[in-house]
Design a binder for this molecule. Structure first.
Ligand code: ASP
Ligand code: MG
Length: 411
C-alpha cells in the first residue's frame, strides 16, 4: 500500500481534543488506502518548559542529559496519538526514535539523521497495522544515547521518514494554512502560495520564516520528497496548503516569490584594520571557530593601507563575536581601532527563482526603498536572493513597500 507521512506540530496536538481532531485526519487517509506514518511534536509549550527545567537545574548542562529531558515531550504525544487511533478502531502503534531506530550523529541537541532502517515498521504494516506513530525530534547516537535534532526538528524527522519509506507525500500540519508571500502580521496583503520551489523555501526558512526547519527543506530537496504545508484546522483536501516542490513543477515565473525579514540581525564594523593579504581570514577564521554565523560582509575602500570591515550576524551572537575578535587582537593576529555593534537593524530579503532569468530585480528593490527614504546599510546577493540591512524601525514599511512593488498580492 502507498505510504503517506503526516506530521502534526505542537499546536495541532496541544490538547487531547486536538489530538482527536488530528487522529480523525489520519483516519481519512487510512480510509483512502494509505499506510500512514504519523510524526508528532510535543504539545505546544512543552519543549520550552523542559528546556527551562534543564537551564534552571544546570546552566552549563551536559548535552546528553539535555537531550534525555527535552526529547520526552514527543514520547507523550506519540503514545497518546496511538491510543486515540486505537479508540477509533484504527490499528496503530507508537515508536520512540531509538526503537525504529532513527540513527543520528552524536552531536547532542543538534544531531543529524544518518539512517532510518524501515524493516521494523514495514513488518508491522505487513501484519495489518495501519498507522505507525513516531516521536519526532529524536534519535539515537552511535554510542546508544538519545539525541535531539535541534528546535523544530520534527519537520526533519517527517521528511527523513518520507524519504526512507518512499512516501507519496509528506504533509506537515501546522497552525498556518501554508507558506505566504510574507508574514501576514506585517503585510495585510500577504498571499498564500499554492506552490513554492525547494530552493525558495530553503532561503525563506533560513531567513527566519519559521514554518519549516531549514534542515527539513534541505533533505526534501535532496531526496525530492513532495512536501506540503497545511493547517490542521482548515479543510482537508488534496490541494489545500502550499506544495513545496521541484521548480520544474512551477509554471509561473515571477522574479520574486516572497519577502522575508529578520529582526534578529546585528551589524558589526571593525574600524581601521590593515588592508593586507590574509586579513579576511584572520578576522573570519576566529569568528567561525567561535560559532558565529556571519552572513553579509563588506570591505570598504582602503585609505593609507587601512580599511573598515563590516559584517552581519545574529543579534545573540554579538557577545561571542566581540570576544573572539578581541582575543584575536590580543594574540596580535589582527589590529583594529574600534569594534562597533549596531543591534538596531533588520534584514529584508527578496527571494525568487525567477531572478535567475530576469534582470533589474535589485534595481527595483533599491529604488523602492529609496522612494520610502530608507537607507541601505549593507547589501548581499545570491542567485535567487537579494538581502539588505536597514534600520529596524523601517522594517514593516520596507516589507510592505516591496510587497507592493513586486505585486505579490496578485495571483
Ligand atoms: N518539540 C520540538 C520543538 O519544540 C521539536 C518540534 O516540535 O519540531 O522544537
Ligand atoms: Mg515547527
Amino acid at each position: 500500500m502507498p505510504v503517506l507521512v503526516m506530521k502534526f506540530g505542537g499546536t495541532s496536538v496541544a490538547t487531547l481534543d486536538r489530538i482527536r481532531r488530528a487522529a480523525k485526519r489520519v483516519g481519512v487517509e487510512v480510509a483512502k488506502g494509505y499506510d500512514v506514518i504519523v510524526i508528532v511534536s510535543a504539545m505546544s509549550g512543552e519543549t520550552n518548559k523542559l528546556v527551562g527545567f534543564v537551564n534552571e537545574t544546570s546552566p552549563l548542562f551536559d548535552a546528553r542529559e539535555y537531550d534525555a529531558v527535552v526529547s520526552s515531550g514527543e514520547n507523550v504525544t506519540a503514545g497518546l496519538m496511538a491510543l486515540t487511533l486505537q479508540e477509533m478502531d484504527i490499528p496503530a502503534r507508537s515508536w520512540q526514535g531509538w526503537q525504529v531506530p532513527v540513527r543520528t550523529t552524536s552531536a547532542h541537541s543538534a544531531a543529524r539523521i544518518e539512517e532510518i532502517p524501515n524493516d521494523n515498521i514495514n513488518a508491522k504494516f505487513a501484519e495489518g497495522m495501519r498507522v505507525a506513530v513516531v516521536a519526532g525530534f529524536q534519535g539515537i547516537s552511535p554510542e546508544g544515547r538519545i539525541t535531539t535534532l535541534g528546535r523544530g526538528g520534527s519537520d526533519t524527522t517527517a521528511v527523513a521518514f518520507a524519504a526512507a519509506f518512499n512516501a507519496e507525500r509528506c504533509d506537515i500540519y501546522t497552525d498556518v494554512d501554508g507558506v505566504y508571500t510574507t508574514d501576514p502580521r506585517v503585510s495585510a496583503k500577504a498571499r498564500k502560495l499554492d506552490k513554492i520551489a525547494f530552493e525558495e523555501m530553503l532561503e525563506l526558512a533560513s531567513l527566519g520564516a519559521k514554518v519549516l526547519q531549514t534542515r527539513s527543506v534541505e533533505l526534501a530537496m535532496r531526496y525530492n520528497v513532495k512536501l506540503r504545508v497545511l493547517s490542521s484546522f482548515g479543510e482537508q483536501s488534496d490541494d489545500a496548503g502550499t506544495l513545496v516542490c521541484d521548480e520544474e513543477e512551477i509554471m509561473e515565473n515571477r522574479p520574486v516569490s516572497g519577502i522575508a525579514f529578520s529582526r534578529e540581525e546585528a551589524k558589526m564594523t571593525l574600524v581601521s584594520v590593515a588592508d593586507r593579504p590574509g586579513i579576511a581570514a584572520a578576522i573570519f577564521g576566529p569568528l567561525s571557530d567561535a560559532g558565529v554565523n556571519v552572513d553579509m560582509i563588506i570591505q570598504n575602500i582602503a585609505e593609507a593601507g587601512r580599511t573598515d570591515m563590516t559584517f552581519s550576524c545574529p543579534n545573540d551572537q554579538v557577545l561571542r563575536a566581540e570576544k573572539a575578535l578581541s582575543e584575536a587582537k590580543e594574540r596580535g593576529e589582527i589590529n583594529y581601532k574600534e569594534l562597533i555593534a549596531d543591534k538596531d537593524v533588520a534584514k529584508i530579503s527578496a527571494v525568487g527563482i525567477g531572478m535567475r532569468s530576469q534582470s533589474g530585480v535589485a534595481a527595483k528593490m533599491f529604488k523602492t526603498l529609496s522612494a520610502e527614504g530608507i537607507n541601505i546599510k549593507v547589501i548581499a546577493t545570491s542567485e535567487i536572493k537579494i538581502s539588505v540591512l536597514i534600520d529596524r524601525k523601517y522594517m514593516e514599511l520596507a516589507v510592505q513597500a516591496l510587497h507592493d512593488a513586486f505585486e505579490l498580492e496578485k495571483d
